[in-house]
Every structure is written in C-alpha cells, then in structure tokens.
Write a protein that binds this ligand. Structure first.
Ligand SMILES: Cc1cc2nc3c(=O)[nH]c(=O)nc-3n(C[C@H](O)[C@H](O)[C@H](O)COP(=O)(O)O)c2cc1C
Length: 191
C-alpha cells in the first residue's frame, strides 16, 4: 500500500500560489512512491469553530480525511506575518485524533520576502497537536513572480518543495517522539 499524503492549502483563492506550490509537493510525494491528494478547503463547509457543538457543517468529514492520511503537508499564505485564519479554523476542527504522532510537512508562501514567521507559528501549532513536524520546510517568497504557468521559476525553490513531498513519504511511519510539552499543557480540546 502506498503512503497516503494529504495536502491542505490555507487559501481559498481561485489562483492560489499556495495551492500551486502544494501540487509540486505532491509531485515529490509521487516521486517517492507515495500517493498524494489535495484536500481543498473550498469543498468543505467549515464554519468558525464553536466548541459547544459536536459537529458543524462538514467538520466530521474533513477530520476523517485528515485522520486517514499517513502524513499531511500544510501549506499557507502569509497573512499579517502569520498563517491564515482559514487554515487555523480547519486545524481547530481537528485535534489529537487527527494529528497525534502524525508526520506533518510545512510550506508557506508570501507576497513579500519573508514567509518564515508563518512557518514558525504553524510549527508551534503542530507541536501543540503533538504532530511530528519535518525539519525540512519550504518558504516561497514573492509569490506573484515565483511561478510561470504553474511551474517554479527558480529550480532551487522547486527542489525544496519536491523534497518536502519526498520527506513526507520517507518519514510518514517514523516512530513518534514522546508527547511534546506543549501537547500536555494545551489541553483545551479535551479539557
Ligand atoms: C489578509 C492578507 C494579509 C497579507 N499579509 C501579508 C504579509 O504579512 N506578508 C506578506 O508577505 N504578504 C502578505 N499578504 C500577501 C499574501 O501572502 C500573498 O498574496 C500570497 O500569495 C497569498 O497566497 P495565495 O496566493 O495562496 O492566496 C497578505 C495577503 C492578504 C490577503
């Protein structure tokens, strides 16, 4: 059975550079013998999370798709120096059942030159979910000039993104680390 890797793009834009970049990460997944799928947030009704409700819109279907993946690649646009609220809301509809011990790769896109803070913030959130986050990550600055007809203009950047997909397959079954300190303290979803 091939390793199943699911990519989630935190942009709802029709011509999202984040989604374009993730399609390349999924090529890396296929290079490494895995099977890649894009989980498109536009296809799920995910209202802002209300924890008083057990299920909202398509939250159960969305969480199930995340749970079934062997590894997940999260891609986000940089919004105000962080990752997008759309992606955070998607993650809020998930929890330890979906992410505990799961291998997660990170990719961020920015209109400007500095997508790093979005990656750092996302890494913190993934640690709180007790995911196993790949050390390798992909940052795509100046997104509007990063692609020509959907292909990367810069080969080195393309290679970083392909490597992200390959690593997600290679490390999908890694022995999970002991629970992170953050995951033990950030118990809101359970408590
Ligand atoms: C609400 C909002 C906030 C943004 N904030 C930043 C920012 O802080 N830094 C930056 O470099 N780009 C910022 N941008 C630009 C986006 O990162 C850029 O347009 C990116 O390509 C969007 O991703 P997408 O193409 O996948 O939709 C912002 C865009 C929006 C809509």
């Amino acid at each position: 059975m091939p390793v199943e890797v699911t990519a989630i793009a935190g942009s709802l834009r029709e011509n999202s550079h984040t989604r374009t970049a993730l399609t390349h990460a999924l090529r890396g997944v296929e290079d490494a013998g895995g099977r890649g799928t894009m989980l498109d947030l536009r296809e799920f009704e995910l209202p802002p999370l209300n924890p008083d409700r057990d299920e909202q819109g398509d939250s159960a279907a969305f969480a199930r798709r995340v749970r079934e993946a062997d590894a997940v690649v999260l891609g986000t646009p940089t919004y105000h120096g962080s990752f997008s609220g759309v992606l955070k809301n998607g993650l809020d509809h998930c929890g330890f059942d979906e992410f505990d011990g799961k291998t997660v790769g990170l990719l961020a896109v920015a209109g400007g030159a500095f997508p790093i803070t979005a990656l750092e913030h996302l890494r913190s959130v993934c640690r709180a979910l007790d995911a196993w986050v790949l050390p390798h990550q992909a940052a795509i600055p100046r997104a509007s000039s990063a692609f020509d007809d959907g292909e990367f203009a810069d080969e080195d950047l393309e290679e970083r993104v392909l490597t992200l997909g390959r690593r997600a397959v290679e490390y999908a079954a890694i022995e999970p680390d002991p629970p992170t300190f953050e995951s033990g303290q950030n118990v809101g979803a359970d408590g």
